[in-house]
Design a protein around this ligand. Structure first.
Ligand SMILES: Cc1cc2nc3c(=O)[nH]c(=O)nc-3n(C[C@H](O)[C@H](O)[C@H](O)COP(=O)(O)O)c2cc1C
Length: 239
């Protein structure tokens, strides 16, 4: 199985998103997958100009000369694509959104109806990767991922594929900078991410059991909020 991880965090390998991706990749590699990690922040990706040349003038080819041709090639040659992004304003980052808009040359402009009677564009590519979403955010409640859940369900429909795994982690401050006393908890969480990576390769989906375990709070919301406010008070008092 070929897995390509597109990471939309501006912090690239130093981010919380990569912290999750690292453990997930480890599990997938152990189970025999070929895994490639791509940091979109290090690529040249201009915003889509909306010219539709990729549909009607140079079918399948974007007119913008940047790194997207190479990335689309990787996208269409993957069995599984991971959209890894921090939550920004309840959504994906701008870096990720630019990337997503620029995947449009993979679609053929003609309209078809899907099984639910809703329009979709045909795909130009015979192989459409299955999708996984990995995200994290600063607030402690898992409810902050509601927009991403719906967004990727819609994207999978548009691409005529499936989301085979969603891993959302609220309470990002614990991922990379957990206090010493919480390190064993984070270690356990990372092992769970690793197990998720293995499951995807071995069963082509994430079990409900693992999905639910990955959503369990790491500390109580009250504890987390108190810790966050104390941290901000400390930072602001040094100004
Ligand atoms: C511009 C911006 C918008 C953000 N919006 C949200 C948000 O809507 N909800 C939330 O819980 N966290 C939000 N965050 C926090 C990030 O999701 C969080 O810090 C994340 O762990 C960053 O991941 P990274 O280290 O991989 O970049 C935001 C951060 C930034 C910089």
């Amino acid at each position: 199985m070929r897995i390509t991880i597109f990471n939309g965090s501006p912090h690239a390998e130093n981010g919380n998103t990569h912290c999750m991706v690292e453990s997930f990749s480890k599990g997938a590699l152990q189970a025999g997958a070929q895994v490639e990690n791509i940091f979109l922040a290090k690529k040249e990706i201009h915003p889509c100009r909306g010219c539709f040349a990729c549909w009607i003038k140079t079918p399948g080819q974007c007119v913008i000369q940047d790194d997207m041709a190479e990335l689309i090639e990787k996208f269409t040659h993957s069995d599984v694509v991971v959209f890894a992004t921090p939550l920004y304003v309840d959504n994906v980052t701008g870096i990720m959104k630019n990337f997503m808009d620029r995947i449009i040359p993979v679609a053929d402009p003609h309209f078809d109806k899907d099984e639910g009677g809703e329009c979709v564009h045909r795909s130009r590519s015979e192989k459409i990767p299955k999708l996984i979403v990995i995200s994290n955010c600063g607030f402690p409640e898992q409810s902050h991922f509601q927009v991403l859940e719906l967004l990727f369900k819609r994207i999978a429909r548009n691409m005529q594929t499936q989301v085979i795994g969603e891993i959302y982690r609220a309470g990002d401050a614990l991922l990379k900078d957990a206090p010493f006393i919480l390190k064993p908890l984070i270690h356990k969480y990372k092992k769970l991410l690793q197990a998720a990576g293995r499951e995807i390769v071995e069963h082509q989906q994430l079990s409900e059991q693992t999905r639910l375990k990955l959503q369990e709070p790491l500390v109580s919301e009250d504890q987390y909020i108190a810790g966050a406010n104390e941290y901000f008070d400390k930072l602001l008092s040094t100004l």
